[in-house]
Design a protein around this ligand. Sequence first.
Ligand SMILES: [Zn+2]
Length: 220
Amino acid sequence: MVPFINIHTHKPDTEHLSILNTVFDGIWPENKYYSCGIHPWDIDKTVIEQKFEILKKYCEQNKLLAVGEIGLDLVIQISVEFQKEVFIKQLEIAEKYNLPVIIHCVKAWSDILSIKKNGKHSAPWIFHGYTGNLQTANQLINAGCFLSFGAKLLTNQKVQDTFKQIPIDNIFLETDDSDIKIEEIYQKAAELYDICIDELKSNLYQNFITIFGEQCTKNG
Ligand SMILES: [Zn+2]
């Protein structure tokens, strides 16, 4: 049976095919797949080198399915230049270990697009919690990126209108840190695309295989 896929969550979810975002505490709650990365909110100069080393170690030990969430956030107080430095360094780690990237982006679309265009990044990028407009979505898709939608898809008209116009081959769904069930987000997404849940599930499953490969689908 084709599973529901929760591409980005902060809460262990063994019921579905899910990628659990862990932090640098060495604790691995029960889940099959994990992502880890230095979130722009958690950038701290004093421990940054240490975190890079831990991240590399996790990659080396094959603990991660993706690097993330990492990215840029222009509404926080941390210098954009330093955020970029940390982001790019982690993109390089992801490249080295051939891992897809889960991206957190707040008001930094053009910065991230230019990093994408100027760098040699072959690992797939997934923008999580996408709430941008259609024009940006198209630019990201043309650059080979995937967009993941979460709780806002249930309530935000603007996000819904954008979502409807995005090709199904470029999307994922997620619960992030909300308590909403991934089934509920699938339900809404199917409604918006005007297709049945099974069709949506098999499409997103294909997207998952495209990025992570067939060997990563063996959990329910
Ligand atoms: Zn998150």
